[in-house]
Design a protein around this ligand. Structure first.
Ligand code: IMP
Ligand code: MG
Length: 176
């Protein structure tokens, strides 16, 4: 059995709250008259999405997509859509909500998938970005926090389904 992972705080709950407020102000500016559909990428984005939409006081809709990736480990293998949006997004302004962009492969898959449905516009908001591991270029329209090349958990983001409940964001230290 391996020992419990050691967690080191990267961003406190207060720092995250300030970041979500900043993003909400930017999104409000651009979308308040557009009745957008915010599409969260499950599961990691649900805590961020919940805090974000409560700072947006204009008409909007919420949808979720869910993906699975085979191959295991920390990098995604073959990506597959397991839950699609339920409403029609053709002609609508769509904002994808991500928890983390790492290699960029998942987000690219999601954007390509949604783009085929012909939304009026398609933009990307991510709470965290790990640019050090990028494999494909991703254009981020609304960026919260840049994280170092470490595995992070908390605020909805998991390690093997653990630690989503943590109010802050933590780096998992390598064992050894
Ligand atoms: P991608 O590498 O950008 O395709 O990210 C794929 C998925 O890997 C993300 O949506 C997360 O679910 C997961 N992921 C990547 N980096 C981390 C991390 O540091 N902590 C937790 N999950 C991560
Ligand atoms: Mg994700």
């Amino acid at each position: 059995m391996s020992s419990e992972p050691k967690l080191t705080i990267l961003f406190t709950r207060d720092e995250i709250t300030a970041t979500v407020k900043k993003l909400a102000a930017e999104i409000r500016q651009d979308y308040q008259d557009k009745h957008p559909i915010l599409i969260g990428v499950l599961k990691g984005s649900f805590v961020f999405m919940a805090d974000l939409i409560r700072l947006l006081d204009f008409p909007l809709e919420v949808e979720f997509v869910r993906l699975s990736s085979y191959g295991g480990g920390k990098s995604p293998g073959k990506i597959k859509l397991v839950q699609d949006v339920q409403s029609k997004i053709e002609g609508r302004h769509v904002l994808v909500i991500e928890d983390i962009i790492d290699t960029g492969l998942t987000t690219t898959f999601v954007l390509e998938h949604l783009g085929k449905k012909k939304p009026a516009s398609l933009k990307l908001c991510t709470l965290t970005d790990k640019p050090s591991r990028r494999e494909v270029t991703v254009n981020i329209d609304y960026l919260g926090l840049t994280v170092p090349n470490k595995f992070i958990v908390g605020y909805g983001i998991d390690w093997n389904e653990r630690f989503r409940y943590l109010p802050g964001i933590y780096a998992m230290e390598d064992e050894g």
